[in-house]
Design a protein around this ligand. Structure first.
Ligand SMILES: Nc1ncnc2c1ncn2[C@@H]1O[C@H](COP(=O)(O)OP(=O)(O)OP(=O)(O)O)[C@@H](O)[C@H]1O
Ligand SMILES: [Mg+2]
Length: 200
């Protein structure tokens, strides 16, 4: 390495300031509001915080990375493991990874936290009762589950293990989507992942 290149490399590394990436792991029943809130958060992080953001949405990742997997307990766990790995590599490079995944099993979420790192992980429970989710039924899945067309629906035939000690709980029956997104941001500020925006 010539002296000139060395100087350039040193200068570059000393001026590089990469904000710390982290993962928002949103868990909750189908229809609780994970994807909706992921979209709002992405926009706010990009616009207000000037951050790089990636949404790892269960359905999308299934199409790209987990096409071989079904909805058995083992397959759901494997799916969560793959998403964890993606979130890990993204967030260690400064990205805010927003995971929107039912992730019904406590063991999967605990593994995700371990893989990604406790200092980069926020478990956010997007909470709405089964009754409410069933009324919302944005994809028509509950209807299909009730008629027997689907047999692995979380909350109907499959279990949903509620988080016991989530970092943030958002009750989406209690207010608007914008308000729910703001509550998540406040929680992330309290955890030290985001600095409060300066108000003028
Ligand atoms: N406070 C709120 N936050 C988020 N969504 C809300 C809220 N209040 C009502 N909703 C509605 O709830 C529905 C949530 O659907 P959404 O697709 O986001 O759920 P999901 O958790 O991603 O489900 P799935 O696991 O099936 O992908 C939307 O129709 C949304 O408009
Ligand atoms: Mg969704």
């Amino acid at each position: 390495m010539t002296e000139q290149i060395q100087q350039h490399a040193q200068k570059k590394s000393s001026t590089k300031q990469k904000p710390k990436g982290f993962t928002i792991w949103m868990t909750g029943l189908s229809g609780s509001g994970k994807s909706t809130l992921a979209g709002i958060l992405r926009q706010r992080f990009e616009t207000d915080y000037d951050r790089f953001v990636e949404i790892l949405d269960g359905d999308e990742v299934r199409k790209g990375l987990s096409r071989d997997l079904g909805l058995s307990k083992e397959d759901r766990e494997e799916h969560a493991r793959r998403v964890s790995y993606l979130a890990k590599v993204l967030s260690r490079n400064g990205v805010i990874s927003i995971v929107a995944l039912i992730s019904p099993y406590r063991t999967s979420r605990a593994s995700a936290k371990e893989v990604i790192g406790t200092d980069r992980f926020a478990e956010v429970y997007i909470k709405a009762s089964l009754a409410t989710c069933e009324v919302r039924d944005p994809k028509g899945l509950y209807k299909k589950a009730r008629s027997g067309e689907i047999t692995n629906m979380t909350g109907i035939q499959d279990p949903y293990e509620e988080p016991l000690t989530p970092d943030i709980v958002i009750n989406t029956e209690g207010g608007s989507q914008e308000k729910s997104a703001s509550e998540i941001i406040l929680g992330l500020e309290k955890m030290g992942f985001l600095k409060p925006l300066a108000s003028d």
